[in-house]
Structures are given as C-alpha cells and as structure tokens.
Design a protein around this ligand. Structure first.
Ligand SMILES: Cc1cc2nc3c(=O)[nH]c(=O)nc-3n(C[C@H](O)[C@H](O)[C@H](O)COP(=O)(O)OP(=O)(O)OC[C@H]3O[C@@H](n4cnc5c(N)ncnc54)[C@H](O)[C@@H]3O)c2cc1C
Length: 385
C-alpha cells in the first residue's frame, strides 16, 4: 500500500472523493471553515456536467414509476427539497457570478381527470411533508402558461421550483472552493483502507493519507464503499437531453407531466431544454453513454404534444449523461462503524439537492448540528436488506 504514496509524511485533514456539485460544495464549505481539503476527481460520468438544471421542489412523477416500494420512506425526506432550493438561492447570492438561478414556479401537467386526481392526492401528501403545491384547473393553467396544448386538463403548481444553468453553477462553486483553499486534483480513488489516524486512499496515480474521507463520488460511491465492507447500492442511470435553438419567450415555468417522462424549460438565452428521464444507452461501463434515437424521437414528440410551438424549433444538440440513483433517499453523514468516513450522495435530483446535502455533511464534520436530522440518510439502512 505504501508503494506510490505521495509525500508519505503528508496527512490531509480531509480528502473529498468526487468533484461534482456535491464534492465541490463540501470542499468549499470545509475549506471556508479553515480545514485543509484535497478533492480528487476521476473526470468521468459527472451528472453535474450533463444535467438539466431543473430545481425540483415537488415529488417527480418518475419516482413512483422507478421505486414504488420506496415511496413511503422517500416522502419523509421531502422537506429537504424546498430547503435545498432556498439554499441554492443563498449561495447563488454569495457566488458573485451569474448562474442563471431563477425561481419560476413549476407545473406538473395532467391530461385526464384520473391524472388530476392523482396529482391532488400527491399534493395532500406533499403538504403533510412541508412541500407546498396547489392543484390548478385548466382555465387558470392556460392563462399562466398559454404555450400549452389547449387539451390539457389541469396541473399541480409548485411555486418554489425553477432552474439554474448547471455548467455556470458548477464552475462558480469550483472557483469558490479553490479560492477558499481547497486543492483540486485529477485521480481515481480505487480503494480505502483504515490506517493509523484516518485512511489510506489508493488512487490510479498515488496513495493519499487523510484524517477523514468524504465519499461524494456519485455512481462511483458504491464501489468505494465496498472496499471498506459497506453496502451502498447505487445505480448508474444513463439519461439523455436535448436543447433547441433560441426562441422568443415561450414558456416561463418548469414543465413536467403527471404520468410521462418529461421536463422542459426555457433558458435565459431563449433555448428550450428538453429531458425528463429518457434512457440513453451504455453497452459497457467504461464507455461514455450514447444517445438513443428512439428516446430522442419520443422525448421530442411528447415535448411538441405539450407545447406545440416547440415543433417549429430546430434541435441544436442532444447529449447523454449518467445520473446516480440510490433508493430515492440520499446517503449522507458519518459511518458509525468507521470513524472519519462520511458519505455525501443525493438520492435523486442531485443537482437540486447537491449544495444542501453537502452543507449537512460539512456541518456534521465541523461539529455543527445539521439543521435537518441525518438519521434517515444513514448508510446503515442498507445493512438490513
Ligand atoms: C441527463 C441528466 C439530467 C439531469 N437533470 C437534473 C435536473 O434537472 N435537476 C437535478 O436536480 N438533477 C438532475 N440530474 C441529476 C444530477 O445531475 C446529479 O444527481 C448530480 O449532478 C449529482 O451530483 P454529485 O456531485 O453527487 O455527482 P456527480 O456530478 O455525478 O459527480 C461525481 C463525481 O465523482 C467522480 N468520481 C466517481 N468515482 C470516483 C472515484 N473512484 N475517484 C474519484 N472521483 C470519482 C466523477 O468523476 C464525478 O465527477 C440529471 C442527471 C442527468 C444525467
């Protein structure tokens, strides 16, 4: 294990594995508090570099389709979504750069009475868990979103939702982390080993010693957890998105659907971003994911159906990225059996949740009491299954 050790005498105070929005935010918050931080990133499969930048406040309809058996536990974590959006608002103000943060409100569209009834039920549950959503009839809906197909039935409105430009945001957070003193390096962590005070972390380039380690490696987190005997089932979900040419102002809100996979929103420059969970292909784990033409056609067909004016726009680019799915519930905080080891892995909608999750973990490390209890997010829950 010592072979290749980089400066064997150097013990980093904290080593953060993963330089996506979560790892960069943890690094920023810890370095800002005066801690020595080294953040390592493998440079692959970053959801933070490929995502749509939707700020999700309400329960996405895809959650029930993906993990029906987990919805009950997931509901209890809903309060972190509005908190996470409030926290984005706070840090957007501190970044000193425009990241196109905007709270526009979000509409989840129903196209039938049955879908509307399901949205009303969802709204009641959300209300019990601190997420404010309001059912809206067809007339009101078309008055605030005239771009929609006139056949829509109604919607669930969440005032809190909005958008961010993820590339601007990740770059701005990275600069804050570096300005606060965090050191960012390329490298792929391969295994962890408890050793002396803290951990030895073997990478493809060197071995590092650190008093504490934060695993914020998105889809890579499960593999790293396994090297210290922990179970963290996380799935790499290849997804794809498209962006149109710029258009005149067309839609103001984040648009989703009650039963079908879609998110749509218009960016500050007029381009319309279309996604919402359409699968991309990934024949081999080591390759980047590739766009699927069936998904592209299906995603655009649904977008045009909901907002007919989209049919007149050219698609400029379609790309694929890797989303990290846990079991809908984030994995955050210390590992009781391994002092000095922490996880920071959002359950889903990880761009929305990223900085807030990072702050909860940083608070736990800094001995500050996190403002949301971490017990529900412990990795210990996987021991039972
Ligand atoms: C197409 C798409 C659209 C999405 N749209 C949205 C959206 O609109 N809103 C939303 O909230 N979320 C969205 N998401 C989800 C969101 O992007 C992710 O949940 C979020 O970026 C997770 O951030 P992260 O920092 O935890 O992980 P990531 O951004 O995935 O970063 C993990 C990093 O860890 C590094 N890493 C992995 N293994 C190792 C290792 N062994 N050693 C060192 N480094 C390692 C990787 O290089 C990577 O950079 C979308 C995802 C995709 C793919």
């Amino acid at each position: 294990m010592n072979a290749g050790t980089q400066d064997p005498d150097a013990t980093h105070e904290t080593l953060v594995i993963g330089g996506g929005i979560v790892g960069l935010s943890v690094s920023w918050f810890l370095a800002e508090a005066g801690m020595g931080v080294l953040c390592l990133d493998a440079g692959r499969d970053s959801g933070s570099a490929t995502n749509a930048g939707s700020l999700h406040g309400q329960m996405q309809s895809r959650m029930e389709r993906l993990f029906p058996e987990r919805i009950e536990d997931y509901r209890h974590t809903l309060p972190i979504y509005p908190r996470a959006i409030d926290y984005w608002a706070e840090i957007a103000g501190r970044l000193g750069e425009d990241i196109e943060f905007a709270i526009t409100g979000g509409l989840m569209i129903a196209e039938s009475a049955g879908q509307m009834a399901a949205l009303e039920r969802k709204s009641r549950i959300e209300g019990e868990h601190g997420v404010h959503t309001r059912p809206m009839g067809r007339e009101e809906l078309l008055s605030i979103a005239p771009c929609l197909n006139s056949g829509v039935h109604g919607a669930l409105f969440c005032e809190k939702e909005g958008k961010i430009n993820p590339l601007l945001a990740a770059g701005a957070v990275r600069r804050q982390a570096e300005a606060a003193g965090a050191v960012l390096r390329n490298g792929t962590a391969q295994r962890l080993q408890p050793g002396g005070v803290g951990y030895l972390v073997a990478t493809d380039r060197a071995t590092y010693r650190a008093e504490r380690v934060v695993i914020a490696a998105g889809t890579g987190s499960g593999r790293l957890a396994a090297t210290v005997g922990l179970r963290l089932p996380c799935t790499a979900e290849p997804l794809q998105m498209s962006i149109t040419e710029p258009a005149e102002p067309l839609m103001h809100h984040l648009i989703q659907h009650a039963a079908r996979a879609i998110t749509m929103k218009q960016l500050a420059n007029g381009q319309v971003l279309i996604g919402g969970g359409w699968p991309a292909a990934r024949p081999r784990d080591r390759l980047p994911p590739a766009v699927l033409s069936e998904s592209l056609a299906g995603n655009l067909r649904l977008a045009r159906h909901l907002v007919p004016a989209i049919g007149g726009l050219q698609v400029q680019r379609t790309w694929a990225g890797v989303n990290t799915l846990v079991d809908l519930v984030s994995v955050l905080g210390p590992v009781e059996s391994l002092p000095g080891l922490y996880f920071a892995v959002p359950g889903d909608a990880g761009f929305t949740l990223g900085p807030y999750c990072a702050r909860l973990v940083a608070d736990a490390i800094l001995g500050r009491s996190p403002d949301y209890p971490l017990d529900r997010f412990s990795i210990a829950r996987f021991r039972k299954s």
